[in-house]
Every structure is written in C-alpha cells, then in structure tokens.
Design a protein around this ligand. Structure first.
Ligand SMILES: Nc1ncnc2c1ncn2[C@@H]1O[C@H](COP(=O)(O)OP(=O)(O)O)[C@@H](O)[C@H]1O
Ligand SMILES: [Mg+2]
Length: 297
C-alpha cells in the first residue's frame, strides 16, 4: 500500500469544503453533515446490506441520506436497491456530467452516487477539475448523512474515505477468518492513526452470545495491542429474509420490516442517531488530518 500526503490532504480539503459550505447561509448555519465510512476485513460480511438498510432507516427518521458506493470496480449498492446507475463520479470528473446527472434516486428518498473507476486518481486531474469536484462535493451540504460503502479490506480507497469520514463502522461476522481480517483492519486504522475510535457491528450471529464473544475478542486484542477505542454498535442475527430481500432486490427493512434482521438494523440506526457524539463538533478532523500529515511527512 502506498500513501501520499497529497491524498490525505486532499481528503481533508474535501471535508473542509463540505464543512465550510454547511456553515454558509442562515438556513444551513446549524446544518451539519455526518459522514460514516463502512468497512470490513473479509468480503461478503454484510457491508452493502447494512449500508442500504441503514440509509432507509435514517430517511424514515427524517434524515436526508446520500450513499457513495466506493467499492471501486465492484459496486453493487444499485443492484441491492434494484435501480440502474449509468453515470458515476468518474463521468463527472472525466466528462461533463453534473452532480444531478449522476445521482440516482433510490427507495424511500435515498440518493446514490456510484464511485465508478479509480476516482482516487485525482492527482492526475488538472486544477480546474479538482476545483470542480470540490464545488460539487460541497453540494453535499443538502444532506444530513453520507454513508460510504467501501470494498473489503484495507486499500488506499477505504483508508482515504475513512479519513474523510467522521466515523468508522466496522462490520464482521463471528467466523474466525472474518475476525482475523477485522483485526487487521483495526490494526491499520490504529497504525495510520486514521481514527481513535471505531463502531463495531457483529453480523450474521445465530445466538446473542456469539455477538458478545466476537466483540469481546476484538475488544481484548485491541486494548492489548492497539491504541483504539471500540464501541459496540449492535448485532444482526443471521436471517434468511436478508438473502430473500436481496434476491428480490429490495431492502430487507422495507420488504420484511418485522424480520429479526430488520429489527436489529432498526436498533442500530437508533443507536447511531441517539449517540451523544452524533452532533458533536466535527472540526476535530482538522487536527486529525494535520497529525496524519505530520506522520507521513
Ligand atoms: N444478517 C444476515 N443474515 C443472513 N444473510 C446475510 C446477512 N447479512 C448479509 N447476509 C448475506 O451475505 C451476503 C453478502 O452481503 P453484502 O452486504 O453484499 O456483503 P459485503 O458488502 O460486505 O461484501 C448477502 O448476499 C447475504 O446473502
Ligand atoms: Mg459490498
């Protein structure tokens, strides 16, 4: 994995533009966008399913939500929603597509942008294009929450988006392979000082004790070896209606709202919005960015 200070700085710059934009105008004076990056170690542990269903629940609770499908080259948020995406963030950068052109309307008022091809090659873009994307990203001020669905594991993409985000949500299943990979991601987050706290979800549990044990394992190892705070965000039971809903290309919380998985996701969405730190000052990011720049400088 190769890092560049410029990449980190760029993520910081984009974030500050979004924040500054939110601070202008009377109506938006108090408005803040909260950005969550959803990551995992192993693939197929439920990131995308969690992202789309959380987005639906947030909308139902009165928040305006945008999803960025950042699983570069493997994007599938649209498939789970049963909608088609024609243009991506890449088209916006390379062609003359506008933000309105690339936003796809999804169920319950959720908006979606597909990342498309390697959008972190921003270094290749000329200054005008960079300004353009920053301006367009500042339009994010219209949203309350941005959810970023990442590819599996640690990549320059997932790390950059995680720096860009205010909060990290790590999802894993109780399988030993998934836990090991989740730990590797936590280690990278701690080593690169991406964040000092991570929210953890244990997915596809068959018994409550599996969830507790899995979280305890991660917590113990993190406390022993990493400088990282883990917060238990919730558990999601293994529920056949999740795969049924995916087969039908409908979010499970809409298709099977009374299913156990839907209730679990619903509880998680409440835990997020009712978190005492939900509306806390987001300017901490500046200090964090500066710290990372120092480390890599
Ligand atoms: N709580 C759950 N219960 C049952 N199956 C699940 C659950 N969560 C995810 N799955 C299954 O796991 C598969 C992978 O989920 P997905 O969200 O695509 O993972 P990722 O985005 O991490 O690769 C889904 O197709 C679904 O069949
Ligand atoms: Mg996925």
């Amino acid at each position: 994995m190769r890092w560049s200070i410029r990449m980190i700085d760029q993520a910081g710059k984009l974030r500050r533009m979004v924040e500054d934009h939110n601070k202008t105008g009377e109506e938006r004076e108090k408005h803040q966008i909260k950005i969550y990056s959803v990551v995992s170690g192993k693939g197929g542990v439920g990131k995308t399913n969690l992202t789309i269903n959380l987005a639906i629940k947030f909308q139902q609770m009165g928040k305006k939500v945008l999803i960025l499908d950042a699983d570069i080259g493997m994007s599938n948020v649209n498939i789970m929603f049963g909608v088609e995406t024609h243009l991506t963030l890449f088209n916006l950068l390379r062609d003359n597509a506008t933000l309105t052109d690339i936003i796809v309307k999804c169920p319950e008022g959720v908006d979606l942008i597909s990342g498309g091809a390697d959008l972190l090659n921003l270094e290749d873009l000329n200054y005008t294009k960079q300004q353009q994307i920053i301006e367009l990203l500042s339009e994010l001020g219209a949203y309350d929450i941005l959810l970023i669905d990442n590819g599996a594991g640690i990549s320059k993409h997932s790390l950059t988006f995680s720096i860009f985000a205010h909060e990290l949500i790590l999802i894993t299943t109780p399988e030993p392979t998934a836990i090991t990979d989740a730990y590797r991601v936590l280690k990278a987050i701690s080593t690169y000082k991406v964040k000092d706290k991570v929210k953890v979800i244990i997915n596809e549990i068959n018994e409550l004790s599996y969830g507790e044990q899995t979280f305890s394992k991660l917590l113990k190892t993190s406390e022993q070896f990493l400088d990282l705070n883990l917060e238990k965000l919730g558990f999601i039971f293994n529920d056949i209606r999740v795969s049924k809903a995916i087969m039908e290309q409908k979010p499970v919380v809409l298709r099977y709202p009374d299913s156990l998985a839907s209730k679990n996701i619903s509880q998680i969405s409440k835990n997020i919005l009712e978190d005492k730190n939900y509306s806390c000052d987001i300017s901490n990011f500046k200090q964090l960015t500066n710290r990372i720049i120092k480390i890599f400088g």
